[in-house]
Write a protein of this length. Structure first.
Ligand code: NDP
Length: 292
């Protein structure tokens, strides 16, 4: 079966186009959406993610400010910076790039962010609103996946969706989003994790599989049914002989999934660009709400 490639880059461009008039309307009121990014330590992957995110802000005429700290920063200093940013009207959104060093309590950091500036949608208030079916800020990656479904007219209603992974940033929120009693949702969702016995028995029944576990090429073609839609969130570095010394692969084995799946997201170029587009959109939303 021919497999449609769900091109996240293309979908993200349509998101940016749709945001243009909203950004202009804000600017006409002397407001430019502005994101504060906190980056702790020297992790190269985190540095790349922050660079890619902030680049899209400047590409679309928005502001961002990256505040960097060494990895031995204390939790108290980090918290006091967040409290300061919460009060600073110049910033509409606050993003703390994860992972943080082990001595920092991630929950304390997330809980400190003003939910009105929580453009990553990780604060328990925002996760609670999402769970209640009345989302305010939706975490960027799950929101981006829903936008891919919408763009390609992939209906979830009545479908069996199997999510592999239950993190608060991807697996859990996408399992909620796909099962809400709402137009563009209304799926029957199963969530698998490291405690699931024989994940293949679930993925083989799925109309849609969403992979968010962080295990290179975990899902093979033999583990899906013919015509399933595969959304691959995974970003994994695998060593190889290339000049860079590694390549990026997803949580699905592209070679065996292609030809059996009806549609799949590539890695890279699938979910990744949508995560950034949704961060930009959430920051525009935060700026709009600041006027209410
Ligand atoms: P986490 O490590 O926080 O969560 C992984 C989840 O997968 C956990 O629930 C874990 O189970 C489960 N899991 C791990 N290994 C297995 C396994 N072998 N079998 C079944 N379940 C397993 O990861 P994230 O959710 O943050 O990220 C997942 C992947 O997505 C990573 O590769 C990450 O880099 C990528 N990512 C990509 C983004 C993008 O924009 N494209 C954005 C965010 C993440 P348990 O709960 O039992 O531990």
């Amino acid at each position: 079966m021919p497999t449609t490639i769900l091109n996240g880059k293309e979908v993200s461009q349509s998101v940016y186009s749709a945001l243009k008039s909203r950004i202009s309307a804000l600017k006409s009121q002397s407001i430019t959406p502005n994101l504060a990014v906190i980056l702790v330590g020297e992790d190269p992957a985190s540095q790349v993610y922050v660079r890619n995110k902030t680049r899209q802000f400047s590409n679309h005429g928005l502001f961002s400010d990256t505040i960097t700290y060494p990895s031995d920063i204390t939790q108290e200093v980090l918290l006091s910076k967040i409290y300061e940013l919460n009060k600073n009207n110049q910033f509409h959104g606050i993003l703390v790039q994860f992972p943080l060093p082990n001595h920092i309590d991630v929950d304390a950091i997330i809980n400190a962010i003003d939910p009105k500036k929580d453009v990553d949608g990780f604060h328990p208030y925002n996760l609670g609103c999402l769970t209640a079916g009345k989302p305010i800020f939706i975490p960027c990656t799950p929101k981006g996946i829903m936008r891919i479904f919408h763009h390609y007219n992939i209906s979830i209603s009545g479908k069996h969706v199997v999510v592999v992974g239950r993190s608060n940033i991807v697996g859990r929120p996408i399992s909620i989003l796909t099962s809400l009693k709402q137009v563009n949702s209304n799926g029957t969702t199963t969530i698998c994790h490291s405690g699931t016995i024989n994940i293949g028995q679930y993925t083989k029944q799925a109309d849609i599989v969403i992979l968010a576990l962080g295990s290179p090429e975990f899902l093979k073609g033999k583990d899906i049914k013919e015509g399933a839609v595969i959304i691959d969130v995974g970003i994994n570095r695998v060593d190889n002989d290339s000049p860079k010394g590694y390549k990026i692969v997803g949580d699905g084995e592209e070679a065996s999934l292609k030809g059996k799946a009806s549609a799949c997201t590539p890695v890279p170029g699938g979910v990744g660009p949508m995560t950034i587009a949704m961060l930009v959109e959430n920051t525009v939303e935060a700026a709009e709400r600041s006027l209410l």
